[in-house]
Design a protein around this ligand. Structure first.
Ligand code: TMP
Length: 219
């Protein structure tokens, strides 16, 4: 390590949760707060965040290839998007001292492909690890929300923005219930990294709890 570069390492924070749990709003609010302190912030999302990743996103969410990926192909596409994002955006940003805020990451694969689709958890751990080269997030905030409540929020958003449900949002309610339960299990499995916050509260209340978590750990 070069002299003087010891503090040149940013923080890596991911946001997770079921559909409609308010991740992008909370990321935006946290980014504003960090930027007001003069911290460089890189905001990104999964799948996506790079040209390769955004192409993969179209295949995964909107069947852009003209057919739906089968479960194993789906898993590998998420992993490919993640590997690209890690190498092209996240690691370079962290190395120059920026903080990275990412909307979904490895825990989405565990919750959706693992707990909801039923794929083997150990295999997913290994594939995730391979995709990210071992650099896990420093903090993961799971915005926990009742599934029905999340879908109500989504429907409202789509009415306002004229959007359409993607392939995952069209899954049965039981699938999304397993996603939510999966996140709760993940938080128990890695309590040092993953924090569950109740997202069924006013945006500012959740944002101030996110801020407390970040301040306690990193500032
Ligand atoms: P979103 O970015 O609008 O939340 O949509 C991403 C969708 O992809 C969401 O339904 C969760 C799903 N997903 C997985 O199934 N596995 C993954 O590894 C990731 C990153 C997302």
């Amino acid at each position: 390590m070069k002299e003087g570069s010891r503090n040149m390492s940013g923080r890596f924070i991911t946001f997770e949760g079921p559909e409609g749990s308010g991740k992008s709003t909370q990321i935006r609010l946290l980014a504003e707060k960090l930027e007001s302190l003069g911290i460089e912030v890189a905001m990104t999302r999964e799948p996506g965040g790079t040209p390769v990743g955004e192409s993969i996103r179209g295949i995964l969410q909107h069947d852009a290839a003209g057919e739906s990926p089968l479960p194993r192909a789906e898993l590998m596409l998420f992993a490919a998007s993640r590997a690209q994002l890690m190498g092209a955006l996240i690691l370079p940003a962290l190395e120059r001292g920026a903080w990275v805020l990412c909307d979904r990451f490895i825990d989405s694969t565990m919750a959706y492909q693992g707990f909801a689709r039923g794929m083997d958890i150990d295999t997913l751990d290994r594939i995730n690890d391979f995709a990210i080269g071992g650099r896990k997030p420093d903090l993961t905030v799971v915005l926990d929300l009742d599934v029905e409540c999340g879908f109500l929020r989504l429907r409202q958003r789509y009415r306002d923005e004229d959007g359409a449900h993607d392939r995952f949002e069209r899954e049965a309610i039981e699938f999304h219930q397993r996603v939510r339960d999966g996140y709760r299990r993940l938080a128990k499995r890695e309590p040092g990294r993953i924090h569950l916050l109740d997202s069924d509260r006013p945006i500012e209340v959740v944002a101030s709890e996110v801020w407390m978590l970040v301040k306690e750990r990193f500032l």
